[in-house]
Design a protein around this ligand. Structure first.
Ligand code: GA4
Length: 332
């Protein structure tokens, strides 16, 4: 078998322009880094980061907890609370009938909320569980702030903390999600050709994330795909040691459309279980979201009406998963 080379992960568009997922090495020189972050956020709204600061043990401990939780019986898992929206969910995504071939844990990252949830998710070791979640959230939040500061520098925003301060707020509405996609075997019950994508079922349907930034890590099983600006679905190679970064709708607004939120989906594997963990970095509920003044000029007027994060969430939860929610808040 031939080992995959970087070029083998690239696709070509009709005009033979190579498209591939940007990889950003965080140990590089800062000025170069900030330019690369901006470029990736503009072109893909998606990139991979390597040489990040999140300790390996912090990641592996969360992975172990996730594996332990999802191996429980269905009735034990349901005791973690129904996902409306927080707790354990199975197949249902959101309140409007969206379904996927997955199960998940969705948690608010507020430490009090984590401590309460731990009592039902990990009944026999709630304190250990909440420490593992808090350590992961803190480490990934730090990585998120570093990336947001690089983005602000690359955009020449005068205060490089303009984006990161939003998620550092103690009332930030950031979330942590652990998704488990059991393998889906070909069988007469689940193999309806009209519901298949390249012979796989849909684990999590096409959507963009409403928040500022999503930091994703998965085990070694693929399935994630991103939609490029050329309308191609690009498979994302799994890498358990590194993180993928996704621009969310709120960052698209803060940059007045210069960065694009990435549409993505997950297909199930036919033989292996995929587990992924996402940190969704969000503003506090009462935070007003509108383009930073640096991003608005006479030639480039604000594309969006101001709205609070609570208003945006309300709009998101009133729509289907795949709907484009920003349309309701555009000026033109
Ligand atoms: C997508 C990103 C996050 O997973 C999430 C999802 C949320 C949910 O599963 O409850 C939503 C979805 C997500 C976007 C539109 C609404 C809300 C399901 C849904 C139909 C937790 C989030 O914040 O938005």
């Amino acid at each position: 078998m031939v080992a995959p080379s970087p070029t083998s992960m690239m696709l070509r568009t009709k005009k033979t322009k190579a498209v591939g997922i940007p990889t950003i090495d965080l140990s590089m020189e800062r000025s170069e880094l900030s330019e690369l972050v901006v470029k990736a956020c503009e072109e893909y709204g998606f990139f991979k980061v390597v040489n990040h600061s999140v300790p390996k043990e912090v990641i592996s401990r969360l992975e172990e907890e996730g594996t332990e939780f999802f191996s429980k019986t269905s009735s034990e898992k349901h005791q973690a609370g129904t996902s409306t929206p927080f707790g354990y969910g199975c197949k249902n995504i959101g309140p409007n009938g969206d379904m996927g071939d997955l199960e998940y844990l969705l948690l608010h990252t507020n430490p009090n909320s984590i401590s309460e949830r731990s009592k039902t998710i990990a009944k026999d070791h709630p304190i250990k569980f909440s420490c593992i979640i808090n350590d992961y959230v803190e480490a990934v939040k730090e990585l998120t702030c570093e990336i947001l500061e690089l983005a602000a520098e690359g955009l020449w925003v005068p205060d490089k903390s303009s984006f990161s301060n939003i998620i550092k707020d103690v009332h930030s509405d950031s979330l942590l999600r652990i998704n488990h996609y059991p393998p889906v075997k070909k069988g007469k019950d689940n193999w309806d050709p009209s519901k298949l994508q390249n012979n796989n079922t849909i684990g999590f349907g096409e959507h963009s994330d409403p928040q500022i930034l999503t930091i994703l890590r998965s085990n070694n099983v693929g399935g994630l795909q991103i939609s490029t600006q050329h309308g191609l679905w690009l498979p994302v190679p799994p890498d358990p040691n590194e993180f993928y970064v996704m621009v969310g709708d709120a960052l698209q607004v803060l940059t007045n459309g210069r960065f694009v939120s990435v549409r993505h989906r997950v297909l199930t594997n036919t033989t292996k279980p995929r587990m992924s963990m996402m940190y969704f970095a969000a503003p506090p509920l009462n935070w007003w979201i509108s383009p930073l003044s640096k991003m608005v000029t006479a030639h480039n007027p604000s594309l969006y009406k101001p709205f609070t994060w609570a208003q945006y969430k309300q709009a998101a939860y009133a729509l289907r998963l795949g709907d484009t929610r920003l349309d309701q808040f555009t000026r033109f």
